[in-house]
Design a binder for this molecule. Structure first.
Ligand code: FAD
Ligand code: DHB
Length: 398
């Protein structure tokens, strides 16, 4: 078998790349370890930057997002028993974010690829990439019927997430890895209850961080800082709700956190990770395969979208004999990746309680939070980073 671009992974990066290539008349094949149902149900991100929304719209992918996405013009920061609003619209000249679940982005992308006759193989096993330094790299996999397949490609995109096989296929010594594990994880729940807030609440609390997000007018998404080695079995629903109630409470305000049935729950580690460069020969890494940010800044999905927005035209040029944009791919993406890595680290360390930390750390965090809600310059810094930078613009806002 032959295709122009072999794509490993049907997450947001791989699916969107396949769509953007198709818009340019470039054929691709996507191979995915998991089933379609699993990919469409995996609970993850929810916040989409302004620029990512515009990109999805320009690519003809925003029909449902425009109907069902919830536009948000700010967030609340809660600390020391007070809740403060950060108004993105006012601070950034009108920029917003949209709450639309990653599950829905993935469903939309899969539906578009299938309707366009795109080649998508779910439930594959034993994926391998080979001959990456040649101009005909090879992608091998065993398909859902147990048949071993070999695809000759002009280029391969490693969109297979943090635990994929593409990044490890680059010979040792040719990449530089920068990483940090944080001493906490997030326990996330999806709850069948209307959100108790009009904007997301990021809460600093002596027990640990908590985040109130949402998925729709009737479904809430909530997160709780827990120990890194915590097991979900230790967290029955009652314990989760009691911890959330404590961390969000605002005595005397009349505000209440509404509770409802828990539809899904899971624990996610918090990690920063950047592997550079994002290219080896004719293998190009995109999204979580190359970099991970802790979830506090809501940047991972947006970085995946930004990477493939740069990669699609670069592959188009490469396939037409021009290596220039492909040679620039890694540096262009890494500029944005490092901005988001810094922002995510900053939000994370400002809002979480480090186990064993002394009162010095708590006071430094509180001082930074007070500065954010009292200085327009500081609030603008948060608003500009949170709403993000348009894809393809490196780190400069439009
Ligand atoms: P993935 O979504 O991980 O997709 C990779 C795909 O490759 C997977 O489907 C996997 O099954 C497949 N794969 C792996 N190995 C192989 C193989 N050998 N062969 C074939 N296929 C393979 N980001 C935001 O922007 N905003 C948020 O609000 C946000 N919140 C988050 C909350 C949580 C709880 C979590 C966990 C993440 C959050 N993120 C957020 C991050 C975001 O979900 C990820 O950055 C995003 O999924 C990255 O997309 P991707 O396509 O690069 O990788
Ligand atoms: C969500 C996730 C995040 O990491 C974040 O910072 C905000 C919202 C969410 O899943 O809704």
């Amino acid at each position: 078998m032959r295709t122009q671009v072999g794509i490993v992974g049907a997450g947001p990066a791989g699916l969107l790349l396949s769509h953007l290539l198709a818009l340019r008349g470039i054929e691709s094949v996507v191979v995915e370890l998991r089933s379609r149902a699993y990919c469409e149900a995996r609970q993850r991100a929810g916040v989409i930057e302004d620029g990512s929304v515009r990109l999805l719209r320009a690519a003809g992918l925003a029909e449902r997002l425009d109907r069902q996405g919830l536009e948000h013009g700010g967030i609340y920061l809660q600390f020391a028993g007070e809740r403060h609003h950060i108004d993105f619209r006012e601070l950034t000249g009108g920029r917003t974010v949209t709450v639309y679940a990653q599950t829905e982005v993935v469903k939309d992308l899969i539906a578009h690829r299938i309707a366009a006759g795109g080649a998508l193989h779910f439930d594959v096993t034993d994926t391998e990439v080979d001959l990456l330094e040649s101009d005909q790299p090879v992608l091998r996999f065993t398909d859902a019927d147990g048949v071993r397949q070999e695809l000759r490609c002009d280029a391969i995109a490693g969109c297979d997430g943090f635990h994929g096989i593409c990044r490890p296929a680059i010979p040792p010594g040719l990449t530089t890895v920068r990483e940090r594990d944080y001493p906490y994880s997030w326990l996330g729940i999806l709850a069948d209850v209307p959100p108790s807030t009009d904007e997301l609440i990021y809460a600093h609390h002596r027990d640990g961080f908590a985040l109130h997000s949402l998925r729709s007018p009737t479904v809430s998404r909530l997160y709780l800082q827990v120990d890194p080695d915590e097991s979900i079995e230790n967290w029955p629903d009652d314990r989760i709700w009691a911890a959330l109630q404590r961390r969000f409470e605002l005595p005397g305000s009349g505000w209440e956190l509404k509770q409802g049935p828990v539809l899904d729950k899971g624990i996610t580690p918090m990690r920063s990770f950047v592997s550079a460069p994002m290219r080896y020969g004719r293998l190009f890494l995109a999204g979580d395969a190359a970099h991970i940010v802790p979830a506090t800044g809501a940047k991972g999905l947006n970085l995946a979208i930004a990477d493939v927005t740069v990669l699609a035209p670069a592959l188009d040029a490469l396939l037409h004999g021009d290596d220039g944009p492909a040679a620039a791919y890694s540096a262009i993406c890494l500029s944005r990746v490092w901005r988001s890595t810094h922002f995510s680290w900053w939000m994370t360390t400002m809002l979480h309680r480090t186990p064993g930390a002394d009162e010095m750390e708590a006071q430094l965090q509180l001082s930074q939070l007070r500065y954010l809600v009292s200085s327009r310059a500081a609030a603008t810094c948060l608003a500009e980073n949170y709403t993000g930078y348009p894809p393809g613009s490196a780190t400069r806002p439009s």
